[in-house]
Design a protein around this ligand. Structure first.
Ligand code: PXP
Length: 250
């Protein structure tokens, strides 16, 4: 029951772009994270290129020795870049120009017509497609109906409730995620999770045996300021391993 760790390097690019130069380089950070034991690298090319840029995606694909998970909106422009780059995986995410980060998941029910051709084109090119959605049953069922092989459950609301100490809300979100992971697996979907995870929440969610991949960015890049990225990745890996052990022993 392996649980993969994908490290999102977007915010290395955020820091680089604050000064407009080349430092710190997200590709160098990706290599460091891989050397420290992560299983893949995630990067989100936004329409406004606020952090990751086109040449970062090309360099990540060419230079890292592990799978690249390319996050993108389901637009013609991004589909064209994905089909040209051929990353190992694409995660389709909603995108609003004014948002600070990916707020909420895709609406796989209402956006079916927009998502279906992109999912099909990427799958036909041999790219593993996932949809970033909330854990509501109707979203999971709609994702399965779209023919995507993978979903990534948005853990942002759960993580926010945990860090703000809203116990009842955190518990309700946790129950939703737990039931959603079970439903998705029963429908034949591969289940990933991500957004807002830190050492504690990653350890907790690692105890759900249906989940096989976590994608984590902001917290790790933040911890890198204090401990270095390699150490932060190792500590995250250890937290995930502790959580996974709870599945085996429970
Ligand atoms: N997964 C997806 C689909 C995301 O959009 C993001 C944020 O870019 C993450 C995971 C990582 O979230 P965080 O940076 O909060 O760890």
């Amino acid at each position: 029951m392996t649980l993969r760790l994908g490290v999102n390097v977007d915010h290395v690019a955020t820091i680089r772009n604050a000064r407009g130069g080349r430092h710190p380089d997200p590709v160098a950070a990706a290599k460091l994270a891989i050397a420290a034991g992560c299983d893949g690298i995630t990067a989100h090319l936004r329409e406004d290129r606020r952090h990751i840029r086109d040449d970062d995606i090309a360099r990540l694909k060419a230079e890292i020795g592990k799978p690249l998970n390319f996050e993108m909106a389901a637009t013609d422009e991004m589909a064209g870049i994905a089909l040209k780059t051929k990353p190992h995986a694409v995660c389709l995410v909603p995108e609003k120009r004014t948002e600070r980060t990916t707020e909420g998941g895709l609406d796989a029910v209402k956006q079916r017509a927009q998502l279906a051709p992109v999912v099909q084109a990427l799958k036909a090119a041999g790219i593993r497609v996932s949809l970033f959605i909330g854990a509501q049953p109707e979203q999971i069922e709609a994702a399965a109906a779209l023919g995507t092989p993978v979903i990534e459950i948005h853990t942002g609301s759960w993580c926010d409730a945990l860090t703000q100490g809203y116990a009842a809300e955190a518990n309700a979100e946790w129950q939703l995620i737990r039931a959603g992971a079970r439903l998705a697996k029963s429908l034949g979907l591969e289940v990933h999770a991500g957004h807002g995870l830190d050492y504690a929440s990653a350890e907790t969610i690692a105890s759900l045996p249906q989940i096989v991949e976590l994608n984590i960015g902001h917290f790790l890049i933040g911890e890198a300021v204090f401990d270095g990225l390699g150490e932060a990745v190792k500590l995250m890996r250890a937290a995930m391993d502790r959580g996974r052990l709870k599945v085996a022993t429970s």
